[in-house]
Design a protein around this ligand. Sequence first.
Ligand code: MRU
Length: 369
Amino acid sequence: MKVDGRHFRSIWLEPDGWSVGAIDQRRLPHDFVVARLTTGDAAVDAIRSMLVRGAPLIGATAAYGMALAMRADGSDAALDRAYKSLIAARPTAINLKWALDEMRSLLRPLPPAARAEAAYSRAGAIAEDDIAINQGIGRHGLALIESVAAAKKPGERVNVLTHCNAGWLATVDWGTATAPIYLAHDRGHAIHVWVDETRPRNQGASLTAWELGHHGVPHTVIPDNTGGHLMQHGMVDLVIVGTDRVTANGDVCNKIGTYLKALAAHDNGVPFYVALPSPTIDFTVDDGIREIPIEQRGPEEVSHMTGRTSDGRIETVRIVPDGSPVANYAFDVTPARLVTGLITERGVLKADRAALAAAFPERIAAAAE
Ligand code: MRU
């Protein structure tokens, strides 16, 4: 997507043909800074520190991280080391494991001297596939938005609520939840997005608002507690969120607070959709609440807030009394029964085992191996 008129992806291969460029998302929305990753360890650090974040982008970064590691040393030991450190970087998004398994199963049978080239080629393909998948999600999601628009009076806009950042910054390009929104906007539909600020990391306020604004999509940032009120007053037509992992039976793990939005949507008859690329489906897991590991992050994300002062300085301030303990669960699980539909690259599916298995038979077969 465009940043100040220039096309960017969230991650790319630099013109030198080996180092990897990425937008440093820790600096947004106040500064647009590009980072250059030159080692496998730098990729681990980029994922762990949330320089990059969002399930599909974490997967693509891990794939490039593997390529960087193989460039330095193509041995079995280096391959195992890179896999182990990358997979430990963040626990919840399954795209990380998916991408690393893809890379390892390709590289392991090759002679060490051939691994770097093969790794770069597969990492590039994972990135390109992510874009194509998101465009597919966009087309299927657009039909949902268009059917809401068709029932509106002339001049009325379609109001979508989203949580966290499942935009192009969380993927390689286009985003998952945002792909239908960008397509609808580009086709001239009147669309407006309620952007949950998404405490404690504020991915909505800092990232989703930034990218929607750069693309010219009308949006309003709201405190996380506001969605229920808006739904009670008919101000939300549909909810579209992303996800970090969907289980075989359609449970959805996503940024903390997603479950509460699903409950509010259910109570108010507002459709609740989840947009996902197929690498986000984990066919090895059934019960999302019991089986998905939920990342717990540092207390300072809750106890402190960072922002720009009126004189332009970036400052971090404490907002919790000294000594008060805080809890920071990064994700929650929305049970499949609260999900209206899963927007995938192969269509809008019911959130259940039969629909997922019918749409992605090759994934379920691979999971059984
Ligand atoms: O902790 P983050 O910022 O990596 O969490 C990201 C989210 O929860 C996204 O909404 C999710 O990964 C979907 S990304 C298309």
